[in-house]
Design a protein around this ligand. Structure first.
Ligand SMILES: Nc1nc2c(c(=O)[nH]1)N[C@@H](CN(C=O)c1ccc(C(=O)N[C@@H](CCC(=O)O)C(=O)O)cc1)CN2
Length: 285
């Protein structure tokens, strides 16, 4: 038996008996072979979350499975998605002055570590246009001032639509997105915050952490919401620091943490391993 199709199903629904059995039976009844499966029942919200990766025989592709699974999903009241994992998601990367996360993402993209198609680089500064040229990517320069912020956001969202972007990555993009734009990008925009949230939200977290005398610094990848640095957390990491270190040393250590955390968070999202559970996430790593 050959399996030309490779699909991933993600779902969330009110928790009840028989969900896993129904999903597995539907796949098996149509010749599908499950290669990876994970589920979680959240006792707080009473919601069941599930991710199933499976191989499909000829004819069991994304569209056919969608038709087959719809009645099952309706029976359980599911919010769900099925996707052909061979189709890479279209990604826009946004950056301001600090390019360490941008450079790391482009390298992981070029070396096949991140299953994505980068559509363009967007920035409110021209500093990193050369990275776009080197990578053969369009560069969109959108300078932002208090007066032009909403006009620029309209242009940004138009590019997002024109390039059929599925995920925006704020790779140290230092502009707070308006409530309107954040809402439009809900669940499809990931930010890297340079602190171990919820500590030191907002601007200049390293100098504030240094002032506080912390012994650990970190970084947090999270979905962007209207509330600054309050979005559902996808991934975090910390590293030990000490009293003898300067703010600049915190920043230098932080660059590595930020790049690793953002890359892992993006990879989990691109592999449909992250499901949003109100202001939290379920991550099937
Ligand atoms: N709606 C949201 N927008 C953004 C978020 C978010 O969580 N929700 N995260 C930020 C990134 N960020 C921290 O991770 C951050 C960026 C910028 C600022 C800030 O105070 N910016 C100033 C301008 C600074 C400048 O021009 O250099 C401002 O916007 O007035 C705080 C935190 C990205 N956007």
């Amino acid at each position: 038996m050959t399996y030309p199709n490779s699909l991933v199903l993600t779902l969330a629904c009110p928790d009840t008996v028989g969900i896993v059995a129904a999903v597995a039976a539907t796949i098996a009844d149509h010749g599908g072979n499950i290669t990876e499966s994970a589920q979680y029942g959240d006792p707080d919200s009473g919601t069941h979350f599930m991710r199933v990766a499976f191989k499909g025989p000829a004819g069991l592709d994304e569209d056919r499975f969608r038709d087959i699974f719809t009645p099952v999903a309706e029976r359980f009241g599911m919010a769900w998605r099925v996707r052909d994992v061979r189709r890479k998601q279209r990604v826009m990367i946004l950056v301001s002055k600090m390019d360490h996360c941008l450079v790391d993402l482009l390298y992981r993209w070029k070396t096949g570590q991140l299953p994505m198609d980068v559509t363009s680089i967007v920035s409110n500064h021209r500093d990193h246009e050369s990275h776009a040229v080197q990578a053969g990517l369009p560069f969109h320069y959108l300078p932002v001032t208090k007066e032009t912020k909403l006009e620029r956001e309209t242009e940004l969202f138009q590019i997002f639509k024109d390039e059929k972007v599925e995920l925006g990555i704020l790779a140290r993009y230092m502009q707070v997105l308006s409530d309107g734009l954040s809402a439009k990008l809900s669940g499809r925009c990931i930010n890297i915050h340079h602190s171990f949230l919820p500590s030191f939200k907002g601007a200049n977290p390293y100098s504030r952490a240094h002032e506080r005398g912390v012994k650990l610094i970190g970084a947090t990848a999270h979905y962007v919401t209207t509330d600054l640095d309050e979005g559902p957390i996808i991934e975090q990491e910390t590293e030990r620091v000490d009293h003898a270190m300067t703010i600049d040393e915190f920043v230098a250590i932080g660059r590595g943490i930020e790049a690793r955390v953002l890359a892992r968070g993006v990879k989990f999202h691109l592999e449909d391993r992250v499901l949003i559970n109100k202001n939290r996430t379920v991550v099937f790593r």
